[in-house]
Design a protein around this ligand. Structure first.
Ligand SMILES: [Fe+2]
Length: 336
């Protein structure tokens, strides 16, 4: 069912590391991520703001870039373990005819821009400047005390092919979502917990959300309360709730430009190779929604475009059970 994973991949991606988002109003977005999410500013210029979580020593996990155009996701950043992994990555991407070029990025070591099979914009580096970890500076905490970036979720027009691509790079599935033989969602990791990259079949490439870990589950409600008080009550996009896959408590918020961030608590360890991925059946509501309501159509289908990327439709339009469908079914049942 799942593609074969290369356990000795051609280069060593170690984790999901950072994301670069274009935003219309830098100050407004900075405020959102500092006051509600609780990130700290590492550095900023009039057009760019570099932020990190409280337990992060690496310079940035979120980069906000002012844009005059439509807000988009510029890049998903992954760390590789050693500098030499970058050279192996360059050879691997170019050897397959995929885009790969060296770029200069502030506060990072040598940096490679490359793309997966569907044009998802990736950025690899082995080093960043180091800043103080802030997790004991309680007097400076704000928002939901976000600790560290955890994972990305992307759309790909063919989930199996995208999963196969990342399996070649050593990503393993902790869990996956399927309907019959059809793979609809792949929850993949490198760092040894459930997720670094989730792939869901839909019009792609697009960035559905990125996630930060919060240290205490009640801070999910703090994020919602602060979102309400700062005028983003309507931007609480899904939850609070509990995931089936991964089992984490979560909430999703939309930032001022509609980029989606998830705040979630921690999940289990996945380093051992003998453990089989957990299968979730997309046809069974009971396994996907243990309690609470299904997500809205907006949550399932809205995602940030990648800058300058061309999207492809999946062969079959996804047909998840949305909140709108659920309400319709309930009202039909109660009328009968
Ligand atoms: Fe997530």
């Amino acid at each position: 069912m799942l593609p074969t994973v290369d356990l000795r991949p051609p280069f060593n991606i170690s984790r999901a590391s950072h994301i670069v988002l274009e935003v219309k109003d830098l100050q407004k977005s900075r405020d959102f991520y500092v006051k509600i999410v609780g990130l700290v500013v590492s550095d900023e210029t009039p057009t760019t703001c570099y932020l990190r979580g409280l337990s992060e020593a690496a310079h940035h996990s979120l980069v906000l870039v002012q844009t005059e155009g439509a807000p988009a996701c510029q890049r998903l950043g992954f760390r590789v373990y050693l500098d030499e992994d970058l050279d192996s990555a360059y050879a691997w991407f170019t050897g397959r005819g995929l885009p790969a070029k060296w770029v200069e990025v502030p506060y990072q070591g040598r940096t490679l821009h490359c793309e997966d099979l569907y044009g998802t914009k990736l950025e690899l580096c082995a080093h960043m400047e180091v800043r103080e970890r802030m997790f004991l500076k309680f007097e400076q905490f704000t928002g939901a005390h976000a600790q560290r970036i955890d994972h990305f979720q992307i759309f790909a027009p063919d989930c199996w092919k995208a999963c196969e691509f990342y399996s070649q790079l050593g990503f393993r599935n902790s869990e996956y979502l399927a309907h019959g033989d059809k793979l609809l969602g792949a929850f993949m990791f490198r760092k040894g917990t459930c997720l670094d990259l989730a792939i869901v079949e839909n019009v792609g490439p697009k960035m559905h959300h990125f996630a930060y870990i919060i240290p205490e589950s009640h801070l999910i409600f703090t994020a919602c309360d602060l979102a309400g008080n700062y005028g983003y009550g309507g931007s609480v996009d899904r939850g609070p709730g509990r995931h089936g896959p991964g089992g984490m408590l979560y909430v999703y918020l939309l930032d001022p430009d509609g980029h989606r961030i998830e705040l979630c608590d921690g999940h289990y360890q996945t380093i051992d190779t003998e453990v089989e991925p957990v299968r979730w059946d997309a046809g069974s509501l009971s396994t996907n929604v243990r309690w609470g309501l299904p997500a809205t159509e907006h949550w399932y289908f809205h995602a940030s475009p990648f800058k300058d990327a061309t999207t492809q439709d999946p062969e079959q339009k996804p047909n998840p059970q949305t909140l709108e469908m659920f309400i319709q079914q309930q009202s039909t049942q109660s009328n009968n």
